[in-house]
Design a protein around this ligand. Structure first.
Ligand SMILES: Cc1ncc(COP(=O)(O)O)c(C=O)c1O
Length: 348
């Protein structure tokens, strides 16, 4: 095992209850490709959790969830608005363009959040036949900057999308962290604000792998299972994703894991705020922090703890907590950071 990592919530392992569920599902034989009773049951549970009148599918990766959500509701002549920092824009190797054949229109934001005001100027002249036709607003909840849309902001974006003949897609790789922070249900954050299609991530929050797609427009997404197969996102031994989600939903494990990760990020922020040399650059709403550190301590600290430099020019790093980050991890990180500050600044 590596040293303690604040690199990503992907660096955590599998939650013991999820691992137990995988082992439990490892009995005998059952139909493949999602035709097994467990998959059918757990997908029903997910639909219920999201308020019903929706459709749901399991996929293997977050990138897969994004491309399928988008592909299912657009044509190749459509455009997708997203934040410049959106995972679909920065970290999916052009997968959205490849699978949808549409155009991404990234918009600069200060905090990873789109607003109707930021999008509106890009709609001017949009219905011209020479232009890709704007069809989707894609947002991440929580965002890649660890910020959150309030329910009101989500509602405004959905209303704006629909008034302008567009759909609202939510990349919910960290939807559980958002629900935990907003103290609202998954339904309130998606169906109730009239989102059209969303993902509900598991991998970053205690699963080995697995994401769920939920469509509130089943009229538009009847081809999803074909697109899923084409995208290699149809796991043959589907029962093992379903078993993980069953554990994830049992006694709200998804919320408990997300609350634990969020709480550790809050604790880390509290500790860092007391150190004058450190600046936190984004609101700490969920499980990640963006922090400017004195340049000279970044590398030595990275020798002991894994974390990424986000913006080299600004000496800004990203610190991310997971469901299994502990107070001990935080305290030892802070102690080591403080020790480096003393060593590197002998005149203090
Ligand atoms: C917001 C967001 N969406 C989607 C993904 C994609 O997940 P995966 O790496 O499983 O494809 C990530 C992964 O970091 C992410 O942060």
């Amino acid at each position: 095992m590596d040293s303690v990592s604040f690199g990503s919530d992907n660096h955590s392992g599998i939650h013991p209850q999820v691992l137990a569920a995988i082992l439990n599902a490892n009995e005998g034989f059952c139909p493949a490709y999602g035709d097994d009773p467990l998959t059918i049951k757990v997908l029903e549970q997910i639909k219920e959790l999201f308020g019903g009148n929706c459709d749901a599918w399991f996929v293997i990766t977050g990138t897969g969830a994004n491309i399928l959500c988008l592909q299912a509701i657009m044509h190749s002549y459509n455009a997708i608005f997203c934040a410049q920092s959106a995972h679909i824009n920065t970290d999916e190797c052009g997968a959205v363009q490849k699978f949808t054949q549409g155009r991404l229109k990234p918009i600069e934001t200060p905090d990873g959040k789109l607003t109707p005001k930021l999008i509106a100027p890009h709609l001017l002249g949009n219905r011209d036949q020479h232009h890709s036709q704007a069809k989707i607003i894609s947002i991440s909840q929580s965002t890649e900057f660890g910020t959150l849309y309030t329910l009101q902001e989500l509602q405004e974006l959905a209303d704006f999308a629909h008034q302008n003949d567009m759909f609202l897609h939510i990349d919910g790789a960290r939807l559980a962290n958002a629900a935990a922070a907003l103290k609202c249900s998954l339904k309130e954050m998606t169906k109730d604000i009239a989102a059209d299609i969303v993902s509900f991530g598991g991998t970053k929050n205690g699963l080995l792998c697995g994401e769920a797609i939920i469509s509130f427009r089943p009229d538009l997404t009847s081809a999803m299972r074909f697109y899923r197969k084409q995208a290699s996102q149809l796991l043959s031994k589907m029962r093992f994703i379903s078993a993980q989600y069953q554990a994830y939903l049992t006694d709200d494990l998804y919320l408990k894991n997300a609350m634990a990760a969020n709480a550790m990020a809050k604790l880390l922020a509290e500790r860092l705020q007391k150190i004058p040399e450190i600046t936190i650059t984004q609101e700490v709403a969920v499980n990640s922090l963006f922090v400017v550190l004195p340049r000279q301590i970044i590398e030595p600290l990275q020798q002991k703890y894994h974390f990424y430099t986000w913006n080299e020019e600004k000496n800004e790093v990203r610190l991310m907590c997971s469901f299994n980050t502990t107070e001990t991890h935080i305290e030892s990180f802070i102690q080591d950071l403080k020790a480096l500050l003393v060593v590197k600044s002998p005149h203090r």
